[in-house]
Write a protein that binds this ligand. Structure first.
Ligand code: SF4
Ligand code: SF4
Length: 349
């Protein structure tokens, strides 16, 4: 791995070059709510805000749009299918370690046979530049082992004393830096990066009370219905927790016909397992009609089923679901409640 130091001037030169070369997406302040940030296409370099805590929505929306047309068709004469897909390359900049890890998790999920080709095509369009961050009270990336992730990024930035230490993690990243002014990394720069890492861990106060492997066993053993029911009594089944999650990947597909029934389109949109209709099937049966069953399903999906199948929890500790929940259902608190209940033999501590 090559590493350099880039001064603010070098960084501006680099960013300017990126924006001249093509589309750049990065974290910006929301114009309607300046306290919040979102990933958006950058029109001006000054809009980029790299020292943000989190974004309401994760960057996965650029690989897996919230709604999209898969193809359109006509049925006059032989059916014709026009596959719709974006092809423009872009640079996704300012991605935090937990979100890099989430993109990697979705790479695994969507490449599980049969592979999801649209995800792969969109991933191949992007160069990714990560940046390190400091947590708020909702982050628990340290527990989830994602706080130092560099997966999926081509370049990674760590803020150091008025500059950035920039690491090249791929050949693409190294080539991007080739023509850019930059300085050598000295021992004090490495020490500052290490200081940042330690400070981040020290400031991460939320954590799970058991290792993931043990938590998965606890969920598998069951006997937790009173906790599911208590959480469900507060949950609105609004789906915000899923919609803001960087690792949730469920979607719904439906066909729309025009009024002549001669043409139409197949569309897909993000879905949420917390919505009542999610497990409703033809004939009217709903496999998770009760709210507590949907709450339980969410935890099982994040920390048990996918952990067993793909070898990792489908939670990166980003805290978005807890921030977004208007019922104040906090994923760390509920998980620790479940752990404590199980360890106390089915009694609340
Ligand atoms: S965001 Fe909160 S209230 Fe809404 S479905 Fe998720 S846990 Fe329930
Ligand atoms: S479950 Fe919550 S904390 Fe975990 S990755 Fe999803 S939004 Fe982040």
């Amino acid at each position: 791995m090559q590493a350099y130091v880039v001064s603010p001037e070098d960084w501006n030169f680099f960013l300017d070059g990126l924006m001249k070369a093509g589309a750049v997406v990065g974290p910006c302040r929301r114009r309607d709510q300046p306290r919040f940030h979102h990933f958006d296409h950058l029109d001006h370099a000054l809009d980029l805000t790299l020292d943000y805590v989190t974004t309401t929505m994760p960057p996965k929306k650029f690989f897996f749009p919230t709604q999209e047309t898969l193809f359109s068709f006509t049925v006059n004469g032989p059916a014709e299918i026009d596959r719709v897909g974006e092809t423009t390359p872009f640079t996704l900049i300012g991605v935090h370690p937990c979100d890099l890890e989430a993109i990697d998790a979705l790479d695994s999920a969507y490449s599980y046979p049969p592979a999801e080709k649209r995800w792969a095509a969109n991933r191949n369009r992007a160069v990714i530049i990560g940046v390190d961050c400091m947590p708020d009270e909702y982050c628990f990336c340290t527990t989830m082992g994602t706080s130092g992730s560099r997966k999926t990024c081509d370049l990674f930035l760590t803020p150091i004393d008025g500059a950035y230490l920039i690491e090249a993690h791929t050949l693409t990243g190294a080539r991007l830096l080739e023509a850019n002014p930059k300085g050598p990394v000295q021992a004090r720069h490495v020490a500052e990066r290490e200081h940042w890492r330690k400070e981040k861990i020290a400031r991460t106060t939320a954590s799970l009370a058991a290792p993931i492997a043990n938590f998965a066993d606890i969920l598998e053993r069951g006997g937790l219905t009173p906790i599911w029911e208590e959480v469900a009594s507060r949950c609105y089944s609004c789906g915000s927790c899923n919609i803001t999650c960087p690792t949730c990947f469920c979607f719904d597909v439906h066909d729309e016909f025009d009024l002549t029934l001669a043409a139409g389109a197949r569309r897909r949109s993000w879905d949420s397992c917390q919505l009542l209709e999610f497990a409703l099937v033809a004939g009217g049966h709903n496999f998770r009609a009760e709210r507590w069953q949907r709450v339980k399903h969410r935890w099982h999906r994040k920390f048990l089923y996918l952990y067993r199948r793909l070898g990792r929890p489908y939670c990166t500790g980003c805290g978005r679901c807890s921030r977004a929940c208007t019922a104040d259902i906090n994923i760390v608190d509920v998980s620790n409640q479940l752990i404590s209940y199980s360890q106390n033999g089915g009694r609340n501590a």
